[in-house]
Design a protein around this ligand. Structure first.
Ligand SMILES: Cc1cc2nc3c(=O)[nH]c(=O)nc-3n(C[C@H](O)[C@H](O)[C@H](O)COP(=O)(O)OP(=O)(O)OC[C@H]3O[C@@H](n4cnc5c(N)ncnc54)[C@H](O)[C@@H]3O)c2cc1C
Length: 324
């Protein structure tokens, strides 16, 4: 059975920033993710001649430390400012959106975690299914993969997915189980021709859509014009089990109605985020039980955004290093 001193479960920004900090302090750490790619909800779908970020759309910095981190990423060519023409779309029509410094990873949102984890050992296609306590740590069981052993396990997954793995740690389980995460349907459209509608992105204040963005207006993107649509949490919940094709059709039609223009698409697809963002995040940074060698991090420990994920991962690494 393979061994790692610290197993980080989740290759989203929380897991990757946690693992980077631990590795920088000399810890032997391995990152595992159930997906075939890195980045978690910072996700990019690539199609024939186009790509679309279908999870997180952009990031902003509230705190100076994340601001400094963004500047370091920018200097390394990992992200760039997004100068979108952004509007608030009200029932009466579009008005100028709130000015903010918005950044996107380049060439796609998923590339950030891939770059940040380049020097870390990462095991993709590893879905953790069970954690068993042993005298000297944990045995990790994975679906269709050999088991591993680790002295410490850090779960950097959305709260409900973390809770499902925490039978051996009732207090941590209760913490994660108490956080509800809302769903979000995302629709990706590969447009036939550029849309002349006067804006690149909109926060929508009416109807089934919450957000729409001309993905191809983001820096570093290549290929044909593409659009991303996000439904509201209420609409997404009401259509949670609807077939993806049906959802793509409904939201495509809502988009065309909103912009009052035919939107011809070469192709379209829909993705359901079951755990998109916490309804009521905690304010704990992260959680760590040194006596169990078990910790939790993720955006939901602090908020709903990329910055919260980054900060939570580093918070957990700090707790672990302080305890060792
Ligand atoms: C539709 C949508 C729009 C968003 N828009 C924005 C935005 O514009 N700006 C912003 O700042 N934030 C936005 N967010 C939020 C942002 O994406 C998250 O805050 C951030 O990416 C969370 O990072 P994380 O590392 O905490 O979790 P995740 O990115 O979810 O990473 C968790 C990882 O754990 C893995 N995992 C889960 N269970 C297991 C298991 N059993 N075994 C192995 N691996 C497992 C998952 O595959 C995943 O890769 C959006 C999110 C969504 C879904």
């Amino acid at each position: 059975m393979q061994y790692t001193d610290i197993a980080v479960i989740g290759a989203g920004l929380a897991g990757v920033s946690c693992a980077r900090q631990l590795a920088a302090a000399g810890s032997q750490v391995t990152v595992f993710d159930k997906s075939k790619g890195m980045g978690g909800r910072m996700a990019t779908r690539r199609g024939d001649g186009f790509s679309v970020d279908h999870g997180a759309q952009y990031f902003t910095a509230q705190q100076p430390d994340f601001h400094a981190e963004i500047h370091a990423w920018q200097a390394a060519g990992l992200c760039a400012p997004w100068q979108a023409r952004l509007v608030q779309h009200r029932p009466t029509g579009p008005v100028d959106g709130y000015p903010e410094h918005r950044y996107v990873a380049t060439p796609g949102m998923s590339s950030l975690c891939r770059a940040l984890a380049a020097a870390l050992p990462v095991q993709l296609n590893h879905r953790l299914t069970a954690l068993q306590r042993q005298a000297d740590g944990w045995q990790l069981s994975f679906a269709d993969q050999p088991s591993w052993r680790a002295r410490q396990v850090l779960l950097a997954a959305p709260a409900p997915q973390a809770a499902a793995l925490l039978d051996a740690a009732p207090a941590l389980r209760a913490l994660a189980a108490g956080v509800e995460m809302e769903a979000c349907w995302a629709v990706m459209l590969h447009a036939q021709a550029p849309l002349e509608i006067g804006f690149d992105a909109a926060w929508v204040e009416h109807g089934p859509l919450r957000w729409l963005a001309r993905n191809s207006s983001k820096p570093g993107r290549s290929g044909a014009e593409s659009w991303l649509l996000h439904a509201t949490p209420a609409w997404s919940a009401a259509h949670i089990d609807a077939p993806a094709d049906e959802v793509a059709g409904l939201l495509h039609a809502a988009f065309a109605e909103l912009v009052d223009s035919a939107v011809d698409a070469r192709n379209r697809s829909a993705h359901r985020w079951l755990y998109a963002q916490a309804a009521q995040p905690l304010d704990i940074g992260s959680a760590y039980q040194a006596e169990l060698g078990l910790g939790l991090c993720g955006d939901w420990c602090l908020g709903t955004r990329v910055e919260d994920a980054w900060r939570s991962g580093r918070h957990l690494a700090g707790q672990l290093l302080a305890a060792s």
